[in-house]
Ligand binder design. Structure first.
Ligand SMILES: NC(=O)c1ccc[n+]([C@@H]2O[C@H](COP(=O)([O-])OP(=O)(O)OC[C@H]3O[C@@H](n4cnc5c(N)ncnc54)[C@H](O)[C@@H]3O)[C@@H](O)[C@H]2O)c1
Length: 287
């Protein structure tokens, strides 16, 4: 299809948590959300935008892998000169999508999660100190030129391979999940030793080499839950197993979490961090 001479600059596809963060950076963007007609422009108008930020779900499929059907669907109708994936996708997805669709694809991992215990800068891409853009250099450069006027000169803009960008996002969420489980392991050991977990944790935290983030093993919210950690841990574990990598460490994190969370009962809206609460502090839902 012939594109109009003046194309809208930025489209955002998927207007949930991440899409709404993107709109703060680009208040002038056209939005399309398949399930939110009240906020959506005409799909064809959004398809014609020069840059498309894809913020659709990549939930856990029945086999534990990331379900990429929404990403694939929107890649099928977008006509942007660059597709910027904000959706978390397994290593190799951006390159495969580019090969299959002819799109120029960049993966920009999103770090601004939804947990409660953050300083304001952690809550926004505007405040986050770095931008990681994975893809071919010609297109990541175009995206830097688009973002830098909005996000400013103080950020670090890294342009890397799409696989490095995709994997680092999973490494971050697997790390947060590991911290939660590690902390819970020591909560159980503290109980066995007759020591107070909170005191042990404070003492451990005096060592400048460790970080207390995601180590508050809250009885009110055993293990980790939320929208991202379980599905991302599962997706990268499945990816590694398929690639023939020994992922027994990741599997153990997932198994320990399931054991911790078994028997926690139905979600209790009165307890922040109870299963299903995306704002869980101890559940470490920041992604
Ligand atoms: N929420 C977070 O904190 C966070 C952080 C980092 C990365 N991510 C990743 O970003 C992606 C989006 O997460 P989110 O939290 O914004 O999800 P969300 O569920 O809040 O929003 C997704 C939106 O996409 C819409 N949508 C679904 N299918 C669509 C389709 N085919 N076409 C158009 N719109 C569609 C939904 O209606 C919904 O409004 C996921 O891959 C997630 O892993 C999320």
């Amino acid at each position: 299809m012939e594109e109009p001479a003046t194309r809208p600059e930025v489209g955002i596809v998927g207007f949930g948590h991440v899409g709404q963060l993107m709109r703060r950076i680009f208040p002038d963007a056209l939005v399309y959300d398949k399930f939110r007609p009240e906020v959506s422009a005409a799909r064809d108008e959004v398809a014609a935008c020069r840059f498309a930020f894809v913020c659709v779900p990549t939930d856990m499929g029945p086999d534990g892998t990331a379900d990429l059907s929404d990403v694939e669907e929107v890649a099928g109708w977008l006509r942007a000169q660059a597709l910027v994936l904000r959706s978390t996708v397994p290593p190799g997805t951006s390159r495969r999508l580019a090969g299959q669709t002819g799109h120029r694809v960049v993966f920009w991992p999103e770090y601004c999660g939804e947990w409660n215990y953050v300083t304001p800068w952690e809550h926004s891409p505007e405040g986050w100190p770095s931008v990681i853009l994975g893809g071919e250099a010609d297109v990541t450069r175009e995206v830097v030129e688009l973002l830098a006027p909005r996000l400013g000169p103080l950020k670090t803009y890294r342009q890397v391979s799409s696989e490095a960008a995709e994997l680092c996002k999973y490494m971050e969420n697997a790390w947060l999940a590991a911290q939660v489980i590690f902390s819970w392991q020591f909560r159980l050991l503290a109980d066995a030793a007759g020591a107070d977990f909170w005191e042990v944790r404070e003492l451990w935290g005096l060592d400048p080499r460790v970080s207390k983030a995601h180590t508050a093993a809250l009885l009110a919210a055993p293990g980790f839950g939320g929208k991202c950690l379980p599905k991302d841990l599962s997706a990268i574990t499945a990816y590694g197993a398929e690639a023939g990598v020994d992922v027994s460490f990741l599997q153990a994190i997932g198994q320990f979490n399931r054991t911790l969370r078994a028997g926690t009962g139905p979600p209790n809206p009165g307890v922040p961090g109870d299963p299903g609460d995306a704002g869980a502090p101890g559940a470490a839902v920041r992604t």
